[in-house]
Design a protein around this ligand. Structure first.
Ligand code: SF4
Length: 293
Protein backbone atom coordinates (compact mmCIF):
# COMPACT_ATOMS: atom_id res chain seq x y z
CA UNK A 1 0.00 0.00 0.00
CA UNK A 2 1.56 3.33 -1.10
CA UNK A 3 1.80 6.32 1.22
CA UNK A 4 0.73 9.80 0.19
CA UNK A 5 3.37 12.55 0.45
CA UNK A 6 1.19 15.45 1.59
CA UNK A 7 3.98 17.96 0.91
CA UNK A 8 4.02 16.75 -2.70
CA UNK A 9 0.22 17.08 -2.82
CA UNK A 10 0.51 20.69 -1.62
CA UNK A 11 3.14 21.54 -4.27
CA UNK A 12 1.08 19.79 -6.92
CA UNK A 13 -2.11 21.65 -5.97
CA UNK A 14 -0.16 24.91 -6.31
CA UNK A 15 1.40 23.90 -9.65
CA UNK A 16 -2.00 22.90 -11.03
CA UNK A 17 -3.51 26.28 -10.25
CA UNK A 18 -0.62 28.04 -12.04
CA UNK A 19 -0.66 25.65 -15.00
CA UNK A 20 -4.42 25.95 -15.47
CA UNK A 21 -4.20 29.75 -15.61
CA UNK A 22 -1.27 29.83 -18.03
CA UNK A 23 -1.40 26.76 -20.27
CA UNK A 24 -4.44 26.42 -22.49
CA UNK A 25 -5.10 22.71 -23.19
CA UNK A 26 -4.09 21.69 -26.75
CA UNK A 27 -7.62 20.42 -27.50
CA UNK A 28 -8.97 23.92 -26.74
CA UNK A 29 -6.44 25.64 -29.02
CA UNK A 30 -7.16 23.08 -31.74
CA UNK A 31 -10.92 23.69 -31.41
CA UNK A 32 -10.41 27.45 -31.82
CA UNK A 33 -8.16 26.85 -34.85
CA UNK A 34 -10.82 24.58 -36.40
CA UNK A 35 -13.47 27.23 -35.73
CA UNK A 36 -11.28 29.82 -37.46
CA UNK A 37 -11.03 27.60 -40.55
CA UNK A 38 -14.82 27.46 -40.84
CA UNK A 39 -15.77 30.95 -39.63
CA UNK A 40 -17.23 33.06 -42.45
CA UNK A 41 -17.70 36.44 -40.70
CA UNK A 42 -14.66 38.70 -40.82
CA UNK A 43 -15.27 40.30 -37.38
CA UNK A 44 -15.56 36.87 -35.80
CA UNK A 45 -12.36 35.74 -37.57
CA UNK A 46 -10.55 38.78 -36.12
CA UNK A 47 -11.67 37.86 -32.60
CA UNK A 48 -10.63 34.19 -32.99
CA UNK A 49 -7.24 35.29 -34.31
CA UNK A 50 -6.84 37.66 -31.35
CA UNK A 51 -7.72 34.83 -28.94
CA UNK A 52 -5.07 32.58 -30.53
CA UNK A 53 -2.53 35.42 -30.30
CA UNK A 54 -3.47 35.86 -26.62
CA UNK A 55 -2.72 32.16 -26.00
CA UNK A 56 0.67 32.43 -27.79
CA UNK A 57 1.71 35.61 -25.94
CA UNK A 58 0.79 34.10 -22.56
CA UNK A 59 2.90 31.04 -23.37
CA UNK A 60 5.90 33.03 -24.68
CA UNK A 61 5.94 35.44 -21.72
CA UNK A 62 4.84 33.01 -19.00
CA UNK A 63 1.70 35.06 -18.30
CA UNK A 64 -1.85 34.21 -17.32
CA UNK A 65 -4.15 33.90 -20.32
CA UNK A 66 -6.82 36.02 -18.60
CA UNK A 67 -6.82 38.15 -15.44
CA UNK A 68 -9.55 36.13 -13.71
CA UNK A 69 -8.09 33.62 -11.23
CA UNK A 70 -11.58 32.21 -10.87
CA UNK A 71 -13.04 30.01 -8.16
CA UNK A 72 -10.52 27.20 -7.61
CA UNK A 73 -12.05 23.74 -8.02
CA UNK A 74 -10.13 20.50 -7.36
CA UNK A 75 -11.44 17.05 -8.19
CA UNK A 76 -9.52 14.30 -6.46
CA UNK A 77 -9.80 10.62 -7.41
CA UNK A 78 -8.23 8.10 -5.03
CA UNK A 79 -7.09 4.63 -6.04
CA UNK A 80 -7.23 1.56 -3.85
CA UNK A 81 -3.43 1.03 -3.61
CA UNK A 82 -2.73 4.12 -1.47
CA UNK A 83 -3.38 4.83 2.18
CA UNK A 84 -4.96 8.27 2.58
CA UNK A 85 -5.79 10.54 5.52
CA UNK A 86 -8.63 12.52 3.98
CA UNK A 87 -8.26 15.48 6.34
CA UNK A 88 -4.54 15.83 5.54
CA UNK A 89 -5.22 15.45 1.83
CA UNK A 90 -7.83 18.22 1.83
CA UNK A 91 -5.64 20.49 3.98
CA UNK A 92 -2.69 19.99 1.59
CA UNK A 93 -4.81 20.94 -1.42
CA UNK A 94 -6.14 24.03 0.34
CA UNK A 95 -2.60 25.05 1.38
CA UNK A 96 -1.31 24.52 -2.18
CA UNK A 97 -4.11 26.66 -3.58
CA UNK A 98 -3.20 29.49 -1.17
CA UNK A 99 0.53 29.09 -1.94
CA UNK A 100 -0.08 29.61 -5.66
CA UNK A 101 -2.09 32.76 -5.02
CA UNK A 102 0.36 34.32 -2.56
CA UNK A 103 3.72 33.32 -4.00
CA UNK A 104 2.96 33.77 -7.68
CA UNK A 105 1.25 36.18 -6.91
CA UNK A 106 -2.32 36.01 -8.22
CA UNK A 107 -5.26 38.27 -7.54
CA UNK A 108 -7.51 36.51 -5.05
CA UNK A 109 -11.00 36.54 -6.54
CA UNK A 110 -12.64 35.09 -3.40
CA UNK A 111 -14.82 37.15 -1.07
CA UNK A 112 -17.42 36.83 1.70
CA UNK A 113 -20.83 36.48 -0.03
CA UNK A 114 -22.57 39.02 2.26
CA UNK A 115 -19.96 41.64 3.16
CA UNK A 116 -18.07 41.14 -0.15
CA UNK A 117 -14.84 41.42 1.84
CA UNK A 118 -12.02 40.05 -0.29
CA UNK A 119 -10.08 37.00 0.98
CA UNK A 120 -6.29 37.27 0.62
CA UNK A 121 -5.29 33.94 -0.91
CA UNK A 122 -8.00 32.38 -3.14
CA UNK A 123 -9.34 30.34 -0.21
CA UNK A 124 -12.37 30.90 2.04
CA UNK A 125 -15.29 29.03 3.57
CA UNK A 126 -15.76 25.89 1.42
CA UNK A 127 -13.26 27.33 -1.10
CA UNK A 128 -11.41 25.82 -2.87
CA UNK A 129 -14.19 23.45 -3.84
CA UNK A 130 -12.72 19.97 -3.35
CA UNK A 131 -14.59 16.89 -4.57
CA UNK A 132 -13.43 13.36 -3.76
CA UNK A 133 -14.17 10.17 -5.63
CA UNK A 134 -12.66 6.69 -5.71
CA UNK A 135 -11.57 4.22 -8.41
CA UNK A 136 -10.47 0.67 -7.69
CA UNK A 137 -8.22 0.46 -10.77
CA UNK A 138 -6.41 3.80 -10.29
CA UNK A 139 -2.72 3.68 -9.29
CA UNK A 140 -2.27 6.44 -6.68
CA UNK A 141 -4.34 9.60 -6.89
CA UNK A 142 -5.42 11.88 -9.70
CA UNK A 143 -6.04 15.60 -9.11
CA UNK A 144 -7.87 17.70 -11.69
CA UNK A 145 -8.07 21.48 -11.30
CA UNK A 146 -10.26 24.17 -12.83
CA UNK A 147 -10.09 27.86 -11.88
CA UNK A 148 -13.64 28.64 -13.00
CA UNK A 149 -13.94 32.18 -14.30
CA UNK A 150 -16.88 34.20 -13.03
CA UNK A 151 -17.98 35.40 -16.44
CA UNK A 152 -18.82 31.89 -17.48
CA UNK A 153 -19.87 30.57 -14.03
CA UNK A 154 -22.48 33.35 -13.90
CA UNK A 155 -23.92 31.67 -17.01
CA UNK A 156 -25.29 28.70 -15.07
CA UNK A 157 -28.90 27.53 -15.01
CA UNK A 158 -30.82 24.67 -13.46
CA UNK A 159 -34.43 23.59 -13.90
CA UNK A 160 -36.58 20.73 -12.68
CA UNK A 161 -38.41 19.87 -15.89
CA UNK A 162 -41.36 17.51 -15.94
CA UNK A 163 -40.82 13.95 -17.17
CA UNK A 164 -43.44 14.71 -19.85
CA UNK A 165 -41.15 17.45 -21.20
CA UNK A 166 -38.78 14.67 -22.29
CA UNK A 167 -35.60 15.21 -24.30
CA UNK A 168 -37.41 17.89 -26.32
CA UNK A 169 -37.81 19.92 -23.12
CA UNK A 170 -34.12 19.46 -22.29
CA UNK A 171 -33.12 20.77 -25.73
CA UNK A 172 -35.45 23.78 -25.44
CA UNK A 173 -34.13 24.65 -21.97
CA UNK A 174 -30.48 24.46 -23.11
CA UNK A 175 -31.09 26.59 -26.19
CA UNK A 176 -33.13 29.16 -24.22
CA UNK A 177 -30.24 29.48 -21.73
CA UNK A 178 -27.59 29.88 -24.42
CA UNK A 179 -29.67 32.46 -26.32
CA UNK A 180 -30.34 34.40 -23.10
CA UNK A 181 -26.60 34.46 -22.33
CA UNK A 182 -25.63 35.78 -25.76
CA UNK A 183 -21.94 36.69 -25.70
CA UNK A 184 -21.79 36.90 -21.89
CA UNK A 185 -19.26 34.47 -20.51
CA UNK A 186 -16.74 35.20 -23.27
CA UNK A 187 -17.94 33.09 -26.18
CA UNK A 188 -17.05 30.89 -27.96
CA UNK A 189 -18.09 28.76 -25.03
CA UNK A 190 -17.97 25.14 -24.07
CA UNK A 191 -21.45 24.16 -22.87
CA UNK A 192 -21.61 21.61 -20.05
CA UNK A 193 -24.97 19.94 -19.50
CA UNK A 194 -26.07 17.68 -16.68
CA UNK A 195 -29.24 15.63 -17.11
CA UNK A 196 -30.82 13.49 -14.41
CA UNK A 197 -29.96 12.80 -10.78
CA UNK A 198 -31.11 15.35 -8.20
CA UNK A 199 -30.97 19.13 -8.52
CA UNK A 200 -27.41 19.43 -7.16
CA UNK A 201 -26.19 16.33 -9.00
CA UNK A 202 -27.40 17.76 -12.33
CA UNK A 203 -25.34 20.93 -11.71
CA UNK A 204 -22.34 18.85 -10.65
CA UNK A 205 -22.60 16.76 -13.83
CA UNK A 206 -22.77 19.91 -15.96
CA UNK A 207 -19.48 21.06 -14.38
CA UNK A 208 -17.93 17.59 -14.75
CA UNK A 209 -18.76 17.70 -18.47
CA UNK A 210 -16.43 20.72 -18.83
CA UNK A 211 -13.42 18.63 -17.78
CA UNK A 212 -13.75 16.43 -20.89
CA UNK A 213 -11.38 17.43 -23.73
CA UNK A 214 -13.15 19.26 -26.55
CA UNK A 215 -13.69 16.96 -29.52
CA UNK A 216 -14.10 13.81 -27.44
CA UNK A 217 -17.76 12.79 -27.79
CA UNK A 218 -19.70 11.02 -25.05
CA UNK A 219 -19.12 7.25 -25.36
CA UNK A 220 -22.89 6.61 -25.54
CA UNK A 221 -23.82 7.33 -29.17
CA UNK A 222 -27.35 8.50 -28.20
CA UNK A 223 -25.83 11.17 -25.98
CA UNK A 224 -23.07 11.99 -28.49
CA UNK A 225 -25.77 12.58 -31.14
CA UNK A 226 -27.57 14.97 -28.80
CA UNK A 227 -24.28 16.82 -28.19
CA UNK A 228 -23.79 17.24 -31.98
CA UNK A 229 -27.39 18.36 -32.52
CA UNK A 230 -27.22 21.00 -29.78
CA UNK A 231 -23.81 22.29 -30.92
CA UNK A 232 -25.12 22.69 -34.45
CA UNK A 233 -28.24 24.54 -33.22
CA UNK A 234 -26.20 26.84 -30.94
CA UNK A 235 -23.78 27.72 -33.73
CA UNK A 236 -26.66 28.56 -36.03
CA UNK A 237 -27.80 31.22 -33.51
CA UNK A 238 -25.35 33.75 -34.98
CA UNK A 239 -24.27 34.99 -31.50
CA UNK A 240 -20.62 34.43 -32.40
CA UNK A 241 -17.36 35.17 -30.56
CA UNK A 242 -17.87 37.70 -27.73
CA UNK A 243 -21.49 38.04 -28.90
CA UNK A 244 -20.49 40.19 -31.89
CA UNK A 245 -21.91 37.84 -34.53
CA UNK A 246 -20.52 34.85 -36.37
CA UNK A 247 -20.72 31.12 -36.91
CA UNK A 248 -18.75 30.24 -33.75
CA UNK A 249 -20.83 30.60 -30.59
CA UNK A 250 -19.66 27.36 -28.94
CA UNK A 251 -16.65 25.09 -29.40
CA UNK A 252 -18.41 22.08 -27.96
CA UNK A 253 -21.41 20.71 -26.09
CA UNK A 254 -20.69 18.05 -23.49
CA UNK A 255 -23.43 16.14 -21.68
CA UNK A 256 -23.18 13.93 -18.61
CA UNK A 257 -26.15 12.00 -17.28
CA UNK A 258 -27.30 10.18 -14.16
CA UNK A 259 -30.38 8.10 -13.55
CA UNK A 260 -33.16 10.02 -11.87
CA UNK A 261 -36.55 9.64 -10.17
CA UNK A 262 -39.55 8.51 -12.23
CA UNK A 263 -41.30 11.83 -11.55
CA UNK A 264 -38.26 14.09 -12.11
CA UNK A 265 -36.39 15.49 -15.13
CA UNK A 266 -33.57 17.75 -13.81
CA UNK A 267 -31.34 19.60 -16.27
CA UNK A 268 -28.46 21.99 -15.63
CA UNK A 269 -26.34 24.11 -17.97
CA UNK A 270 -22.89 25.38 -16.98
CA UNK A 271 -21.09 27.49 -19.54
CA UNK A 272 -17.30 27.62 -19.83
CA UNK A 273 -15.51 30.51 -21.53
CA UNK A 274 -13.23 30.12 -24.54
CA UNK A 275 -10.12 29.57 -22.40
CA UNK A 276 -11.62 26.32 -20.96
CA UNK A 277 -8.93 26.26 -18.31
CA UNK A 278 -8.06 22.96 -16.66
CA UNK A 279 -4.98 21.02 -15.53
CA UNK A 280 -4.43 17.56 -14.07
CA UNK A 281 -1.79 15.55 -12.25
CA UNK A 282 -1.46 11.81 -11.71
CA UNK A 283 0.48 11.02 -8.54
CA UNK A 284 1.42 7.34 -8.68
CA UNK A 285 1.70 5.23 -5.53
CA UNK A 286 5.49 4.90 -6.11
CA UNK A 287 5.93 8.70 -5.99
CA UNK A 288 6.09 9.46 -9.74
CA UNK A 289 4.02 12.36 -10.93
CA UNK A 290 2.72 13.20 -14.42
CA UNK A 291 1.10 16.50 -15.33
CA UNK A 292 -1.52 16.83 -18.05
CA UNK A 293 -4.71 18.70 -18.86
S1 SF4 B 1 -15.23 34.43 -18.57
FE1 SF4 B 1 -13.22 33.45 -18.91
S2 SF4 B 1 -12.18 34.61 -20.54
FE2 SF4 B 1 -13.94 35.84 -19.74
S3 SF4 B 1 -13.02 37.19 -18.19
FE3 SF4 B 1 -13.78 35.35 -17.12
S4 SF4 B 1 -12.07 33.88 -17.08
FE4 SF4 B 1 -11.57 35.49 -18.56
Amino acid sequence: MGQIDYGQVQRTASDLYVRALKLIPPDVTAAIERALEHETKSGARDILQTILKNVRVALDRNLMVCQDTGIPIYKVKIGSNVSVDGTKLEAAIRAGCADACVTHPFRSSICDPLTRQNRPDSTGDHIPVVDFSFAADLDGIEIRMMPKGSGSENMTWMKMLLPADGVKGVKKFVLDCVLRAGGQGCTPSLIGIGVGGTAELAVKLAKEALFRPIGRPHPDERIAALERELLDAINRSGIGPMGLGGDTTSLGVHIETADTHITMNPVAVNSQCWRSERASAHMYADGRIEFGY
